[in-house]
Design a protein around this ligand. Structure first.
Ligand SMILES: NC(=O)C1=CN([C@@H]2O[C@H](COP(=O)(O)OP(=O)(O)OC[C@H]3O[C@@H](n4cnc5c(N)ncnc54)[C@H](OP(=O)(O)O)[C@@H]3O)[C@@H](O)[C@H]2O)C=CC1
Ligand SMILES: O=C(CO)COP(=O)(O)O
Length: 320
Protein backbone atom coordinates (compact mmCIF):
# COMPACT_ATOMS: atom_id res chain seq x y z
CA UNK A 1 0.00 0.00 0.00
CA UNK A 2 1.22 3.48 -0.92
CA UNK A 3 -0.42 6.60 0.45
CA UNK A 4 -0.51 10.01 -1.15
CA UNK A 5 -1.24 12.77 1.38
CA UNK A 6 -2.63 15.78 -0.45
CA UNK A 7 -5.26 15.60 -3.15
CA UNK A 8 -4.15 18.47 -5.37
CA UNK A 9 -3.39 18.01 -9.04
CA UNK A 10 0.00 16.40 -8.52
CA UNK A 11 -0.95 14.14 -5.61
CA UNK A 12 -4.02 12.90 -7.45
CA UNK A 13 -2.02 12.31 -10.65
CA UNK A 14 0.61 10.26 -8.79
CA UNK A 15 -2.11 8.27 -7.05
CA UNK A 16 -3.82 7.55 -10.38
CA UNK A 17 -0.56 6.50 -12.01
CA UNK A 18 0.40 4.14 -9.18
CA UNK A 19 -3.09 2.68 -8.90
CA UNK A 20 -3.33 2.13 -12.65
CA UNK A 21 -1.02 -0.88 -12.23
CA UNK A 22 -3.36 -2.41 -9.65
CA UNK A 23 -1.24 -1.32 -6.66
CA UNK A 24 -3.49 -0.44 -3.70
CA UNK A 25 -3.22 3.32 -3.19
CA UNK A 26 -4.79 5.51 -0.53
CA UNK A 27 -5.28 9.20 -1.32
CA UNK A 28 -5.79 11.49 1.67
CA UNK A 29 -7.76 14.72 1.17
CA UNK A 30 -7.98 17.12 4.09
CA UNK A 31 -11.54 18.11 3.28
CA UNK A 32 -14.02 15.32 4.17
CA UNK A 33 -16.57 16.60 1.67
CA UNK A 34 -14.04 16.57 -1.15
CA UNK A 35 -12.95 13.06 -0.13
CA UNK A 36 -16.55 11.85 -0.16
CA UNK A 37 -17.22 13.39 -3.57
CA UNK A 38 -14.07 11.89 -5.07
CA UNK A 39 -14.80 8.46 -3.64
CA UNK A 40 -18.36 8.61 -4.94
CA UNK A 41 -17.81 10.17 -8.39
CA UNK A 42 -14.42 8.45 -8.99
CA UNK A 43 -12.99 11.74 -10.23
CA UNK A 44 -11.12 14.71 -8.76
CA UNK A 45 -13.45 17.23 -10.37
CA UNK A 46 -11.70 20.16 -8.67
CA UNK A 47 -8.07 19.56 -9.70
CA UNK A 48 -8.06 16.94 -12.46
CA UNK A 49 -11.48 16.93 -14.07
CA UNK A 50 -12.29 14.28 -16.63
CA UNK A 51 -9.76 11.67 -15.51
CA UNK A 52 -11.28 8.56 -13.86
CA UNK A 53 -9.82 7.20 -10.64
CA UNK A 54 -8.74 3.53 -10.94
CA UNK A 55 -10.53 0.93 -8.81
CA UNK A 56 -7.52 0.27 -6.59
CA UNK A 57 -7.42 3.93 -5.54
CA UNK A 58 -9.32 4.66 -2.32
CA UNK A 59 -9.92 8.13 -0.92
CA UNK A 60 -9.97 9.04 2.76
CA UNK A 61 -10.15 12.16 4.89
CA UNK A 62 -8.93 10.17 7.92
CA UNK A 63 -5.15 10.43 7.97
CA UNK A 64 -5.11 8.08 10.98
CA UNK A 65 -6.21 5.26 8.68
CA UNK A 66 -2.87 5.08 6.83
CA UNK A 67 -1.38 1.64 7.52
CA UNK A 68 1.67 1.79 9.80
CA UNK A 69 5.20 1.80 8.37
CA UNK A 70 4.08 2.23 4.75
CA UNK A 71 5.56 5.09 2.69
CA UNK A 72 3.66 8.33 2.26
CA UNK A 73 4.03 10.74 -0.65
CA UNK A 74 3.41 14.19 0.80
CA UNK A 75 1.96 16.36 -1.94
CA UNK A 76 1.02 19.83 -0.72
CA UNK A 77 2.41 23.18 -1.88
CA UNK A 78 5.81 24.09 -0.41
CA UNK A 79 4.57 26.98 1.71
CA UNK A 80 1.92 24.66 3.28
CA UNK A 81 4.22 21.75 4.07
CA UNK A 82 5.15 22.88 7.59
CA UNK A 83 1.53 23.41 8.70
CA UNK A 84 0.49 20.08 7.21
CA UNK A 85 3.30 18.21 9.02
CA UNK A 86 2.63 19.96 12.32
CA UNK A 87 -1.05 19.06 12.11
CA UNK A 88 -0.46 15.40 11.21
CA UNK A 89 2.97 14.44 12.47
CA UNK A 90 1.67 11.65 14.72
CA UNK A 91 0.10 9.86 11.73
CA UNK A 92 3.19 10.42 9.60
CA UNK A 93 5.90 9.44 12.07
CA UNK A 94 8.17 6.40 11.76
CA UNK A 95 7.89 5.95 8.00
CA UNK A 96 9.45 6.99 4.72
CA UNK A 97 8.08 10.38 3.69
CA UNK A 98 8.51 11.47 0.08
CA UNK A 99 8.09 15.20 -0.46
CA UNK A 100 6.35 15.93 -3.75
CA UNK A 101 6.71 19.69 -3.73
CA UNK A 102 9.06 22.20 -5.30
CA UNK A 103 10.29 25.26 -3.52
CA UNK A 104 12.06 26.93 -0.63
CA UNK A 105 10.11 27.92 2.47
CA UNK A 106 9.82 31.68 2.73
CA UNK A 107 9.83 31.85 6.53
CA UNK A 108 12.95 29.70 7.03
CA UNK A 109 14.85 29.41 3.73
CA UNK A 110 14.62 25.62 4.10
CA UNK A 111 13.73 23.02 1.48
CA UNK A 112 11.33 20.07 1.90
CA UNK A 113 13.95 17.56 3.10
CA UNK A 114 15.09 19.77 6.01
CA UNK A 115 11.48 20.51 6.97
CA UNK A 116 10.55 16.81 6.95
CA UNK A 117 13.63 15.99 9.04
CA UNK A 118 12.91 18.78 11.53
CA UNK A 119 9.23 18.08 12.03
CA UNK A 120 9.12 14.29 11.74
CA UNK A 121 12.62 13.35 12.95
CA UNK A 122 11.97 9.60 13.04
CA UNK A 123 11.02 9.55 9.34
CA UNK A 124 13.27 8.79 6.38
CA UNK A 125 12.93 11.80 4.08
CA UNK A 126 13.01 11.64 0.29
CA UNK A 127 11.89 13.82 -2.59
CA UNK A 128 10.18 13.08 -5.90
CA UNK A 129 10.73 15.78 -8.51
CA UNK A 130 11.39 16.37 -12.19
CA UNK A 131 9.65 17.42 -15.39
CA UNK A 132 6.01 16.38 -15.34
CA UNK A 133 2.62 17.98 -15.58
CA UNK A 134 -0.01 16.37 -13.39
CA UNK A 135 -2.40 15.89 -16.30
CA UNK A 136 0.26 14.14 -18.38
CA UNK A 137 1.00 11.69 -15.56
CA UNK A 138 -2.68 11.09 -14.87
CA UNK A 139 -3.35 10.39 -18.54
CA UNK A 140 -0.58 7.80 -18.62
CA UNK A 141 1.69 9.77 -20.94
CA UNK A 142 5.37 8.78 -20.72
CA UNK A 143 7.14 10.69 -17.94
CA UNK A 144 10.49 10.45 -16.10
CA UNK A 145 11.13 11.73 -12.58
CA UNK A 146 13.97 11.80 -10.07
CA UNK A 147 13.66 10.17 -6.66
CA UNK A 148 16.27 11.49 -4.24
CA UNK A 149 16.95 9.84 -0.89
CA UNK A 150 20.16 10.09 1.13
CA UNK A 151 19.70 6.46 2.23
CA UNK A 152 20.64 4.58 -0.93
CA UNK A 153 18.80 1.34 -0.11
CA UNK A 154 15.57 3.16 0.74
CA UNK A 155 15.97 5.11 -2.52
CA UNK A 156 16.27 1.85 -4.47
CA UNK A 157 13.17 0.39 -2.91
CA UNK A 158 11.18 3.61 -3.55
CA UNK A 159 12.39 3.66 -7.15
CA UNK A 160 10.96 0.19 -7.60
CA UNK A 161 7.72 0.93 -5.80
CA UNK A 162 7.00 4.15 -7.69
CA UNK A 163 7.93 3.07 -11.22
CA UNK A 164 5.02 2.24 -13.52
CA UNK A 165 5.03 1.34 -17.22
CA UNK A 166 4.56 5.04 -18.06
CA UNK A 167 6.38 6.66 -15.16
CA UNK A 168 10.11 5.98 -15.16
CA UNK A 169 11.92 6.82 -11.94
CA UNK A 170 15.64 7.60 -11.77
CA UNK A 171 17.30 7.73 -8.38
CA UNK A 172 20.03 9.71 -6.67
CA UNK A 173 21.30 10.25 -3.14
CA UNK A 174 21.79 13.96 -3.88
CA UNK A 175 18.72 15.38 -2.17
CA UNK A 176 20.17 18.90 -2.17
CA UNK A 177 20.59 18.95 -5.94
CA UNK A 178 17.18 17.42 -6.58
CA UNK A 179 15.25 19.81 -4.38
CA UNK A 180 17.12 22.93 -5.49
CA UNK A 181 16.74 22.14 -9.18
CA UNK A 182 12.97 21.85 -8.78
CA UNK A 183 12.75 24.98 -6.64
CA UNK A 184 14.96 27.29 -8.67
CA UNK A 185 13.58 26.42 -12.10
CA UNK A 186 10.19 27.83 -11.11
CA UNK A 187 11.74 31.27 -10.58
CA UNK A 188 13.32 31.16 -14.02
CA UNK A 189 10.00 29.97 -15.49
CA UNK A 190 8.30 33.10 -14.15
CA UNK A 191 11.00 35.18 -15.86
CA UNK A 192 10.61 33.21 -19.11
CA UNK A 193 6.85 33.69 -19.03
CA UNK A 194 7.29 37.42 -18.42
CA UNK A 195 9.63 37.76 -21.39
CA UNK A 196 7.22 35.90 -23.65
CA UNK A 197 4.18 37.72 -22.27
CA UNK A 198 5.84 41.04 -23.05
CA UNK A 199 6.57 39.89 -26.60
CA UNK A 200 10.35 40.05 -26.26
CA UNK A 201 10.83 36.91 -28.34
CA UNK A 202 12.10 33.36 -28.19
CA UNK A 203 15.75 34.35 -28.53
CA UNK A 204 15.42 36.37 -25.34
CA UNK A 205 13.79 33.39 -23.64
CA UNK A 206 16.63 31.06 -24.68
CA UNK A 207 19.19 33.53 -23.29
CA UNK A 208 17.22 33.80 -20.06
CA UNK A 209 16.90 30.04 -19.64
CA UNK A 210 20.63 29.55 -20.21
CA UNK A 211 21.71 32.31 -17.87
CA UNK A 212 19.02 31.16 -15.46
CA UNK A 213 20.55 27.71 -15.47
CA UNK A 214 23.96 29.27 -14.70
CA UNK A 215 22.34 31.03 -11.77
CA UNK A 216 20.68 27.82 -10.56
CA UNK A 217 24.06 26.08 -10.66
CA UNK A 218 25.82 28.84 -8.74
CA UNK A 219 23.38 28.58 -5.85
CA UNK A 220 22.94 24.81 -5.85
CA UNK A 221 26.63 23.92 -6.13
CA UNK A 222 27.47 26.38 -3.35
CA UNK A 223 25.00 24.50 -1.15
CA UNK A 224 26.62 21.13 -1.93
CA UNK A 225 24.58 19.84 -4.90
CA UNK A 226 26.21 17.61 -7.49
CA UNK A 227 26.52 19.18 -10.97
CA UNK A 228 25.13 15.98 -12.59
CA UNK A 229 21.92 16.36 -10.60
CA UNK A 230 21.46 19.90 -11.86
CA UNK A 231 22.06 18.67 -15.41
CA UNK A 232 19.46 15.92 -14.96
CA UNK A 233 15.69 15.64 -14.88
CA UNK A 234 15.19 17.62 -11.68
CA UNK A 235 17.23 20.61 -12.90
CA UNK A 236 17.81 21.11 -16.60
CA UNK A 237 14.91 18.79 -17.52
CA UNK A 238 12.33 20.60 -15.43
CA UNK A 239 13.72 24.02 -16.38
CA UNK A 240 13.16 23.17 -20.03
CA UNK A 241 9.60 21.93 -19.49
CA UNK A 242 8.48 24.75 -17.26
CA UNK A 243 9.99 27.59 -19.30
CA UNK A 244 8.44 26.43 -22.56
CA UNK A 245 4.89 25.31 -21.79
CA UNK A 246 1.70 27.15 -21.07
CA UNK A 247 0.66 24.14 -19.01
CA UNK A 248 3.01 25.54 -16.35
CA UNK A 249 1.36 27.79 -13.80
CA UNK A 250 4.67 29.53 -13.05
CA UNK A 251 5.11 30.26 -16.74
CA UNK A 252 1.52 31.49 -17.15
CA UNK A 253 1.89 33.66 -14.06
CA UNK A 254 5.04 35.16 -15.63
CA UNK A 255 3.15 35.75 -18.88
CA UNK A 256 0.54 37.72 -16.99
CA UNK A 257 3.28 39.84 -15.37
CA UNK A 258 4.70 40.49 -18.84
CA UNK A 259 1.28 41.52 -20.12
CA UNK A 260 0.46 43.58 -17.05
CA UNK A 261 -2.58 41.38 -16.57
CA UNK A 262 -4.08 39.93 -13.39
CA UNK A 263 -3.66 36.30 -12.34
CA UNK A 264 -6.00 34.17 -10.21
CA UNK A 265 -4.43 34.31 -6.72
CA UNK A 266 -5.85 30.89 -5.77
CA UNK A 267 -3.63 29.11 -8.33
CA UNK A 268 -0.49 27.52 -6.89
CA UNK A 269 2.58 29.43 -8.15
CA UNK A 270 5.55 28.05 -6.21
CA UNK A 271 8.18 30.28 -7.82
CA UNK A 272 6.89 33.53 -6.31
CA UNK A 273 7.60 32.80 -2.63
CA UNK A 274 10.67 30.79 -3.59
CA UNK A 275 12.15 33.76 -5.49
CA UNK A 276 12.04 35.87 -2.33
CA UNK A 277 13.46 33.06 -0.16
CA UNK A 278 16.27 32.34 -2.62
CA UNK A 279 17.23 35.98 -3.09
CA UNK A 280 17.55 36.45 0.66
CA UNK A 281 19.81 33.40 0.83
CA UNK A 282 21.83 34.49 -2.22
CA UNK A 283 22.50 37.90 -0.68
CA UNK A 284 23.70 36.32 2.57
CA UNK A 285 25.94 33.93 0.66
CA UNK A 286 27.08 36.67 -1.77
CA UNK A 287 25.94 34.67 -4.79
CA UNK A 288 25.07 36.64 -7.90
CA UNK A 289 21.49 35.83 -9.00
CA UNK A 290 20.41 38.71 -11.24
CA UNK A 291 17.42 36.95 -12.83
CA UNK A 292 16.03 35.97 -9.44
CA UNK A 293 16.57 39.58 -8.29
CA UNK A 294 14.70 40.83 -11.37
CA UNK A 295 11.79 38.45 -10.69
CA UNK A 296 11.57 39.67 -7.10
CA UNK A 297 11.61 43.29 -8.25
CA UNK A 298 8.80 42.54 -10.72
CA UNK A 299 6.77 40.75 -8.06
CA UNK A 300 7.25 43.57 -5.57
CA UNK A 301 6.45 46.17 -8.21
CA UNK A 302 9.75 47.99 -7.72
CA UNK A 303 10.66 47.51 -11.41
CA UNK A 304 8.59 47.32 -14.58
CA UNK A 305 9.43 44.57 -17.03
CA UNK A 306 11.32 46.87 -19.40
CA UNK A 307 13.39 48.22 -16.51
CA UNK A 308 14.14 44.69 -15.30
CA UNK A 309 15.31 43.75 -18.80
CA UNK A 310 17.46 46.87 -19.02
CA UNK A 311 18.99 45.98 -15.66
CA UNK A 312 19.91 42.50 -16.96
CA UNK A 313 21.17 43.76 -20.33
CA UNK A 314 23.31 46.54 -18.91
CA UNK A 315 25.30 44.34 -16.53
CA UNK A 316 29.08 44.40 -17.09
CA UNK A 317 30.18 42.23 -20.02
CA UNK A 318 31.92 39.04 -18.91
CA UNK A 319 33.12 35.60 -19.95
CA UNK A 320 30.46 32.93 -20.28
N1 LIG B 1 0.52 20.26 -10.81
C1 LIG B 1 1.60 19.82 -11.41
O1 LIG B 1 1.61 19.62 -12.66
C2 LIG B 1 2.82 19.50 -10.62
C3 LIG B 1 2.97 19.96 -9.32
N2 LIG B 1 4.13 19.69 -8.64
C4 LIG B 1 4.32 20.20 -7.29
O2 LIG B 1 3.36 19.59 -6.44
C5 LIG B 1 3.11 20.46 -5.34
C6 LIG B 1 1.61 20.55 -5.14
O3 LIG B 1 1.08 21.16 -6.29
P1 LIG B 1 -0.34 20.82 -6.89
O4 LIG B 1 -0.79 19.46 -6.49
O5 LIG B 1 -0.28 21.13 -8.32
O6 LIG B 1 -1.22 21.93 -6.14
P2 LIG B 1 -2.77 22.17 -6.19
O7 LIG B 1 -2.93 23.64 -6.11
O8 LIG B 1 -3.40 21.45 -7.31
O9 LIG B 1 -3.30 21.50 -4.84
C7 LIG B 1 -2.81 21.81 -3.58
C8 LIG B 1 -3.33 20.76 -2.62
O10 LIG B 1 -2.71 20.95 -1.35
C9 LIG B 1 -3.74 20.87 -0.38
N3 LIG B 1 -3.34 21.62 0.81
C10 LIG B 1 -3.04 22.92 0.90
N4 LIG B 1 -2.71 23.23 2.17
C11 LIG B 1 -2.82 22.10 2.88
C12 LIG B 1 -2.62 21.77 4.24
N5 LIG B 1 -2.21 22.69 5.14
N6 LIG B 1 -2.85 20.51 4.65
C13 LIG B 1 -3.24 19.59 3.77
N7 LIG B 1 -3.44 19.81 2.45
C14 LIG B 1 -3.23 21.06 2.02
C15 LIG B 1 -4.95 21.49 -1.05
O11 LIG B 1 -6.11 21.11 -0.37
P3 LIG B 1 -7.47 21.96 -0.51
O12 LIG B 1 -7.99 21.64 -1.89
O13 LIG B 1 -8.30 21.43 0.59
O14 LIG B 1 -7.09 23.40 -0.38
C16 LIG B 1 -4.84 20.84 -2.42
O15 LIG B 1 -5.35 19.54 -2.42
C17 LIG B 1 3.76 21.81 -5.69
O16 LIG B 1 4.94 21.98 -4.95
C18 LIG B 1 4.08 21.68 -7.17
O17 LIG B 1 5.25 22.41 -7.53
C19 LIG B 1 5.12 18.96 -9.21
C20 LIG B 1 5.02 18.49 -10.48
C21 LIG B 1 3.86 18.72 -11.27
O1 LIG C 1 6.62 21.45 -11.78
C1 LIG C 1 5.94 21.37 -12.76
C2 LIG C 1 6.39 20.70 -13.99
O2 LIG C 1 7.45 19.83 -13.74
C3 LIG C 1 4.63 22.02 -12.78
O3 LIG C 1 4.84 23.34 -13.05
P1 LIG C 1 3.87 24.47 -12.50
O4 LIG C 1 3.84 24.36 -11.00
O5 LIG C 1 4.51 25.73 -12.99
O6 LIG C 1 2.54 24.24 -13.11
Amino acid sequence: MITVAGSGAFGTALAISLASTGTPVLLWARDPEQARLMQQSRENALRLPGIPLPDSLQITADIGSIPPETPVLVSVPMQKLRDMLIAHRAALSGRTLVACCKGVELSSGLGPIAILSDLVPDSIPAILTGPSFARDIAQGLPTALTLACAEAEVGKSLQKALTTPNLRIYRTTDTTGAELGGALKNVIAIAAGAVMGAGLGESARAALMTRGYAEMQRMALALGAQPETLAGLSGFGDLTLTCTSEQSRNYRFGQSLGRNATFDPTITVEGAATAHAVLTRARTMKIDMPITAAVVALLDGTLKLRQAMDMLLSRPLKEE
